[in-house]
Ligand binder design. Structure first.
Ligand code: OAD
Ligand code: ZN
Length: 252
């Protein structure tokens, strides 16, 4: 199976990757669903909807600051690094991710499309103010601040620049992702339960347009039935083995 996958990847014309929380599990970041997942300890309706933020912004900010601290200390794992290398080799054309943890970029991937936002970005609830706390150097100060964060421009409440349930996805990112999916002849689907839409349409679109799917996941998911090759296991371990075989295949 893994040999076949390596061959398909090495000889692909337009490979893309579609990733979810599972690719960051080996970096110590919890997934959402399943055993030990975030949604086991938190209720979506209390921390991840616009209504929740209106009702209790402090609770929502506590949840996101906790997640920022966790993600800040995490490091990219072998799966993130393998995708970055495949891009450098000219094989992988883009990573489309549902993750907000920034680990793809930190691993060195350049063409990264974030469908659900980014944990280090904040935006104003009233005006057009946006800030990347990592780039502005304000992250630590922001995390230590006891009060609710205010907009430097207009004083209104700042919110995380992430997509909550019931909110539309960023239009440009979604358009770009759908276009890439239509062009792709091969898609690596890594660490996602493929249960959240519209993101989960991406591998479906690849398949609709005649492309193939390689799934990397320890469990069955919403797209397993569409997968041409299924590699069962942890993303870091599988991607590491796969990369070695791909390098070999390319050199032949
Ligand atoms: P889920 O938590 O739904 O699914 C995680 C997937 O990762 C599961 O299929 C696991 O089997 C798999 N997994 C666990 N450990 C793994 C490992 N080491 N290697 C590979 N796979 C592993 O996460 P997502 O599919 O990303 O949205 O969830 C999609 C969206 O739902 C998220 O972006 C978030 C969430 O609620 C919003 O917040 C809008
Ligand atoms: Zn403002």
């Amino acid at each position: 199976m893994i040999e076949e996958a390596a061959k398909l990847i090495a000889h692909s014309r337009f490979l893309i990757a579609f990733t979810g929380a599972g690719i960051s599990a080996e970096s110590g970041i919890p997934t959402f669903r399943g055993h030990g997942g975030l949604w086991e300890n938190y209720r979506v309706e209390e921390v991840a909807t616009p209504e929740a933020f209106r009702r209790n912004p402090s609770l929502v900010w506590d949840f996101y600051k906790m997640r920022i601290r966790k993600m800040k200390d995490a490091k990219p794992n072998k799966a993130h690094l393998a995708l970055a290398e495949l891009e450098k080799m000219g094989i992988l054309k883009a990573v489309i991710t549902q993750n907000i943890d920034d680990l793809h970029r930190r691993a060195g991937s350049e063409n990264v499309i974030e469908l659900h936002g980014n944990i280090y970005r904040v935006k104003c609830t009233s005006c057009d103010y946006r800030e990347n706390l990592k780039e502005s150097g304000r992250l630590d100060e922001f995390l230590d601040e006891g009060e609710l964060p205010g907009c430097p421009k207009c004083g209104s409440l700042l919110r995380p620049d992430v997509v909550w349930f019931g909110e539309p996805l960023p239009e440009q990112a979604l358009d770009e992702a759908f276009n890439l999916a239509r062009r792709a002849d091969l898609c690596l689907v890594i660490g996602t339960s493929a249960q959240v839409f519209p993101a989960a349409y991406i591998p479906m679109l690849v398949k609709d347009e005649g492309g193939r799917i390689i799934e990397i996941n320890p469990d069955n998911t919403g797209i397993t039935h569409l997968a041409d090759i299924i590699l069962r296991g942890k993303a870091g371990e599988i991607m590491d083995g796969l990369l070695k075989k791909i390098r070999h295949e390319v050199r032949r």
